[in-house]
Design a binder for this molecule. Structure first.
Ligand code: FEO
Ligand code: CA
Ligand code: CA
Length: 635
């Protein structure tokens, strides 16, 4: 989500020190050379550390890189083919309930709830019985463009339109198979499901039943209707799907006087999505606890179509991009997550218990018990995980936290009190389980170093950070370690830019605003970009073209462009079949309008991808990528 709505991403007014504020002369010395040191160090010492990480002979990345994208088309390298699948509005395949998509957007709210949602995002392939030709795709539908979703857009605003908008959000589970040389949806399928903004979710962990989670409609504080603004995806070793509820604040109206808690979570007078006008639940003046029930990581078992999804509150509340699992040597789960908002934090959760054999059913409560930490990145390249544990340090009743439930519900305030490092919008994370390393995209932060805003620091070294980058860290000891060493993998940018902070240090093909990040089983780090329509094709991004996907060989540091998307789209999510011969990615919001809402009188103004029908609507869709020779993607 590269949204124009992002004024909320600046709600951290805490006084916790940016590294520059620390009056330690040694740190100041390091910081004076901060940017130069970051650039020089980005590949040097780390190359040695990761050489040999991927056991192989010959080049890791074997395709011929492509040029920057300029037109309304999706482009892949020579020898590859790409095809759209499961676009917005396709019926997911629930038996007896498969309403066809209407190109004039005249499907009802009830029909939309049985179809693919809008704005495809995180995605994961779940093979059926280990197959590389049949499986499930589980994916997020992050948000909607109400200009495209309804025949006349926002000309009128009705309860039916609110219900349709809610039905186009959430998560979809579909079954697909490779038949006759093409991947197609299997319909009907016993696995097909939609989770929308009105699907019941259970609450697990310390916030379950908490006073701050209780509402008039749910006096137990244990059942929430819906999930929305689901951004990135992660798969657990026990076979479930994790989805992050990201910019939930955009959906609530907090009136003229949001309280301090609401302000810290970016709630504003009115909602960007106009749900409160016809659904009182989203009126945070009348229902002040309803926003506390969003901003969680949700867990879904796609293999059991009767399973109840759960919000895992022990992982902390945040504008969660997503969550990704590493495993300690003794078999415990470590969930890494970040919060994509300006000057917010990176977290990890270490489970109390070990992952049990037996899949999802044997690990129903694994993510409900454990320890949550926030990251502090120090200027000397070390870092520390600070525990968000009630009763420790400032997180006491006297400090404003009644119990662990309040600590996780107010994870931002708790992290402010502990002194977590304010980051440049952490998006996806990727874990190298063997090497004990974690990677994280920091997409951009134009407010960094601006007047009255946090200064640059060692890990966020560029003022007016329009370009973003990828950081990496290695835990000291195992993944449950409380200290680590960090560095920059790459600072995105274009060497043709005049401003030093916008040049970057990319070795290979240039890019900006990294967001999606997926490490495949061969060791290729796939980087996807999400520059907003208002930033693209001009200024410091003028040479960078359409949003794209690149392959990074971490042993050489080279980044090579693999795919460019259609006009004004975001490229997001990547998942491969077990044999590596098919990759699925998502194209989100092709033709995104500068104000995030298309003109229904001219819906194809910027893009008509993938249907390319005259006067037609652009549609978010999954893209199936294969090699003509059937080989492994990227090799
Ligand atoms: Fe939904 Fe942070 O992108
Ligand atoms: Ca983004
Ligand atoms: Ca994203």
């Amino acid at each position: 989500m590269a949204k124009d709505f992002d004024t909320l991403e600046d709600s951290n007014r805490s006084g916790n020190p940016s590294i520059h504020d620390v009056s330690d002369p040694r740190r100041r010395v390091v910081l004076q050379g901060g940017l130069a040191a970051a650039i020089a160090g980005a590949f040097g010492p780390l190359l040695a550390s990761c050489a040999g990480m991927v056991g192989r002979s010959g080049p890791l990345v074997g395709f011929k890189g492509i040029r920057v994208g300029t037109g309304d088309a999706l482009v892949v390298p020579e020898g590859y083919v790409a095809e759209a699948l499961a676009a917005w509005g396709e019926p997911v395949g629930i038996a007896g309930a498969m309403p066809a998509w209407q190109p004039d957007a005249s499907n009802t709210a009830d029909e939309q709830a049985l179809q693919m949602g809008m704005h495809h995002d995180g995605i994961h392939f779940y093979p059926l019985e280990g197959s590389s030709t049949r499986g499930l795709l589980v994916m997020n539908h992050e948000y909607v463009d109400d200009g495209l979703l309804h025949p006349d857009g926002l000309k009128t605003w009705t309860p039916e339109k609110v219900r349709k908008s809610q039905a186009a959000h959430g998560v979809a589970v579909i079954e697909i198979a490779l038949t006759g040389g093409r991947w197609q949806m299997v319909r009907p399928s016993r696995y097909a499901r939609r989770f929308t903004a009105n699907t019941p979710f259970a609450i697990g962990g310390p916030a379950a039943g908490h006073a701050l989670m209780k509402t008039a409609a749910d006096p137990s504080g244990r059942t929430v209707l819906g999930t929305f603004n689901n951004c990135a995806s992660g798969m657990t070793p026990w076979g479930t799907y994790l989805s992050g509820e990201e910019n939930f604040a955009f959906y609530f109206a907090a009136g003229d006087k949001p309280d301090a808690h609401q302000q810290r979570w970016g709630l504003r007078k009115s909602a960007s999505f106009r749900w409160p006008e016809h659904d009182e639940r989203f009126d945070a003046v009348k229902h002040p606890n309803e926003p506390n029930r969003f901003g969680w990581v949700v867990e879904i078992d796609p293999m059991d179509p009767t399973s109840v999804p759960v919000k895992r509150t022990a992982l902390g509340r945040a504008a969660h991009e997503g969550a990704w699992i590493a495993t300690t040597k003794d078999g415990r789960a470590v969930a890494y997550s970040g919060e994509d908002a300006r000057f917010e934090y990176i977290y990890k959760f270490v489970s109390r218990d070990r992952i049990a054999p037996g899949g999802a059913k044997a690990n129903r409560e694994l993510l409900d018990h454990g320890t949550l930490y926030v990251a502090r990145f120090d200027a000397d390249g070390s870092g520390r995980w600070l525990p968000l544990v009630h009763g420790q340090g400032p997180l006491t009743t006297a400090g404003g936290f009644a119990d662990q439930g309040e600590v996780v519900i107010k994870a931002r305030q708790a992290s402010d009190a502990l002194g977590g490092t304010k980051m440049d919008r952490p998006e996806w994370l990727a874990i190298d389980q063997k090497a004990g390393e974690v990677y994280c995209t920091l997409t951009n932060n134009s407010s960094r170093g601006q007047p009255n805003q946090p200064a640059v620091d060692a890990v966020n070294p560029r003022a007016n950070n329009a370009m973003g980058g990828v950081i990496r860290w290695k835990e000291d000891g195992d993944f449950d370690g409380t200290t680590f060493r960090w560095s920059h993998l790459v600072l995105a940018g274009d060497p043709a830019n005049e401003r030093a902070e916008a040049k970057g240090n990319v070795k290979g093909d240039i890019f900006a605003c990294p967001d999606g990040l997926v490490l495949d089983t061969r060791g290729v780090l796939w980087i996807q970009t999400d520059a907003h329509a208002t930033q693209m094709y001009k200024g410091e991004l003028k040479n960078i073209g359409n949003n794209q996907m690149l392959a990074c060989d971490r042993t050489t540091g080279e980044v090579r462009r693999f795919l460019t998307g259609p006009t004004n789209c975001e490229v997001t999510g990547a998942t491969l079949t077990p044999d590596g011969t098919t990759m699925f990615i998502n194209i989100q919001h092709p033709g995104e309008a500068p104000g995030d809402r298309s003109d229904p009188a001219n819906p194809g103004r910027f893009s008509r991808w993938p249907d390319m029908a005259p006067g037609g609507r652009p549609r978010s869709a999954t893209v199936v990528i294969r090699r003509r020779d059937g080989g492994v993607i990227g090799s």
